[in-house]
Design a protein around this ligand. Structure first.
Ligand code: C5J
Length: 229
């Protein structure tokens, strides 16, 4: 089947049936819930929460189209053995990874706050990648999962635009994946970082990939569904 072109910057993005995965990055309670880790650092979590409705709609369309869905969670083992001291010691001294927070120990696997928000909870059979770093490839088996599923195209969503979304997009681009960052399905605590982060993806003819909004991607996913049926 021919790729379905998605209207995107800097050029149409080729959506390829059977070779496309939706990546949902770090939509975790620690980052998104009022009273959580993100808010305790002085951030306005509402900026991230604007991502939830369009991302829910995109996730629904991706599931209906039968494309591979992969969720990620940033976090660490309870003994912090996979958290480099440089990461642990940086940031606000009052709240550090592993400290007790409103939703359990901050960014520790198995804690309530580490898990994905209810609205975007993974379905049975969807892959969840636990990552110790900002990029989803570092220290994980994401490469093996994508290679095994024959994926070449990534729809990248989640938080935050300039940190984990950007790092993952760069890692994926270097590995040869074609990456479309969905602009209203990624979010940042900092509007300026979000805006410039998206510009950086498409600069110089798409140095890291493509950018389009969910209004452009969802109809293409519907088309994938009807063509496959
Ligand atoms: C951060 C992330 N910002 N998921 N994590 O520490 O972007």
């Amino acid at each position: 089947m021919n790729p379905i072109p998605v209207a995107a910057e800097p050029a149409p993005f080729p959506l390829v049936a059977g070779k496309t995965a939706l990546i949902v990055i770090d939509m975790q309670r620690d980052f998104l819930l009022p009273g959580g880790f993100g808010e305790s650092l002085g951030n306005d979590v509402e900026r991230l929460r604007t991502v939830v409705p369009p991302l829910s709609a995109l996730l629904g369309a991706a599931r209906a189209a039968g494309i591979t869905v992969i969720h990620t969670r940033e976090g660490h083992r309870p003994d912090l053995s996979d958290c480099p001291p440089a990461k642990l010691q940086r940031g606000a001294p009052s709240k550090r990874i592993g400290d007790p927070g409103t939703y359990g120990r901050i960014l520790i696997r198995g804690e309530y706050g580490h898990d994905i928000i209810d609205e975007l909870a993974p379905l049975e059979g969807e892959v969840v990648i636990d990552k110790p770093g900002k990029g989803a490839f570092y220290g994980t088996d994401l490469s093996d999962v994508l290679t095994g599923a024959g994926i070449t195209q990534l729809l990248i969503t989640g938080v935050t635009t300039e940190v984990c979304v950007h790092t993952t997009t760069r890692e994926a681009n270097d590995r040869g994946y074609e990456c479309l960052v969905v602009s209203d399905c990624v979010g940042s605590y900092f509007p300026e970082f979000h805006r410039v982060g998206l510009q950086m993806v498409t600069a110089q003819g798409g140095i890291f990939g493509w950018v389009a909004d969910s209004a452009a991607v969802i109809p293409a996913l519907h088309q994938l569904t009807t063509t496959a049926a």
